[in-house]
Design a protein around this ligand. Structure first.
Ligand SMILES: Cc1ncc(COP(=O)(O)O)c(C=O)c1O
Length: 399
């Protein structure tokens, strides 16, 4: 018996790969600051729980495969804030943004088809695209360039007759890079010229800092038939456990074919959809406080990171991640050492080494991602532990 090549091509989560070391460190009594995962600590709005408490049917029945109509409408209304004309039929509710991605790739890829993805990328893209029989063609970005990728010539160079889509996360995970309107235009023009889909994963849309505009690829009228938006309540409303996301597209052929997949898995959890409706109905002002909090954390983390000698770090404009390039040969080895050998006053730190976020072998060995999802004090202490650890690591002669 043999497993499929598709599943063998997938990788285990590079974020979770080092958990065993952290568990061992904790068992030895060390406190570990987790800067490695994107689980926000912001409270889920009470409106979510209240809406679920108000559920009074006697049977928890299947819902429509495309989602509860009131949730589809709430999402369509939410997009009006961005001057987008989204109707109920343009919204398909999914089990998180994850299922939205899975369905989209299944809908657009045949075996051997290629998807352009700026690297480093959210690692599950590898899993979703492989599962659909496709292949990632990475658009490599550089720490020194702030991980920018909207360069028409570089993108065009990677296009072949098998290229079906440009898939991007904006604001970005893991880089925090955020596209300006001009940069979105560059990508839109390439997609138009080569007849490609744009899969715009916008699950971090509201996390745009320093007065940057919150945008959506859906705002570009001339490409609305080729844009597929991925959305989710997980990060936006700090409701990762709700498992509610959606596909948003004006392309009705795509939407009606995605519905076949939705019908195959029957429906999304009814109670979570009821809670999510209340979230999308929150006033836009809800985000102001959250944004200020994250922006403050980003600044605090960045300031502390810049105290590390030899570091390369670009202050990101969005999402809640910062990429850091350290003067080490391997950020994976350094992490294992931090968790197994190092401590400062009984404390150590965990981050996400970034090598597994690249599709190109050998890249990112000296880079890591910090998720600024902890309160400022813990965040600063976590980064300080990286600096103190690095000093010791170097003093011991490690490279
Ligand atoms: C870029 C990006 N897309 C999609 C997801 C999927 O999230 P969920 O399935 O919880 O909506 C995540 C989660 O971390 C993410 O970072």
């Amino acid at each position: 018996m043999k497993l499929s090549q598709k599943v063998q091509d997938m990788q285990f989560s590079p974020i979770r790969k080092f958990n065993a070391y952290a568990i061992e460190a904790k068992a030895k009594g060390k406190k570990v600051y987790h800067l490695n995962i994107g689980q926000p600590d912001i409270k889920t709005p009470k409106a979510f729980m209240d809406a679920i408490k108000g559920f009074d049917s006697e049977v928890l029945a299947y819902a429509e495969s495309g989602g509860l109509v009131q949730l589809q409408d709430a999402i369509a209304n939410y997009f009006k804030r961005f001057d987008m004309d989204i109707q109920r039929q343009d919204v398909l509710i999914t089990n998180g943004g994850s299922e939205a991605l899975n369905m989209i790739y299944t809908c657009i890829l045949d075996y051997g088809d290629e998807v352009l993805v700026p690297e480093p990328f959210y690692t599950n893209y590898q899993t979703f695209i492989s599962a659909a029989g496709g292949k990632i063609v990475p658009i490599t970005t550089q720490a020194e360039e702030g991980y920018q990728y909207a360069y028409g010539d570089r993108i065009e160079k990677a296009i072949t007759e098998k290229t079906k889509a440009i898939s991007l996360v904006n604001p970005g995970n893991p880089t925090g890079t955020i596209l300006s309107r001009e940069e979105m235009r560059v990508i839109a023009d390439v997609a138009k010229k080569h007849d490609l889909w744009i899969i715009a994963d916008e699950v971090y849309r509201e996390f745009a800092y320093d007065g940057r505009e919150m945008t959506s690829f859906g705002q570009l009228e001339d490409i609305k038939e080729r844009v597929i938006i991925v959305d989710s309540v997980s990060k936006r409303f700090s409701a990762c456990g709700a498992r509610i996301g959606c596909i948003v597209s004006k392309n009705q052929e795509l939407m009606s074919n995605a519905l076949k997949l939705a019908q195959g898995r029957l429906c999304c959890p009814t109670l979570d959809m009821i809670g999510a409706t209340a979230l999308y109905e929150l006033e836009p002002s809800y985000f102001n406080e959250v944004r200020v909090e994250y922006e403050g954390r980003r600044d605090a983390a960045y300031e502390e990171i810049m105290k590390i000698p030899g570091v390369v770090c670009h202050k990101p404009g969005g999402a809640f991640y910062i990429m850091v390039k350290l003067p080490v040969e391997s950020s994976e080895d350094f992490l294992v050492w931090l968790l197994t050998e190092f401590e400062d006053q009984g404390e150590t730190v965990m981050y996400a080494p970034i090598q597994g976020f690249y599709g190109t072998a050998g890249l990112g060995r000296d880079e890591l991602r910090i998720a600024y999802v902890l309160n400022k004090e813990d965040l600063v202490r976590g980064v300080e532990l990286i600096r103190l650890g690095l000093e010791k690591y170097k003093a011991l002669g490690y490279k």
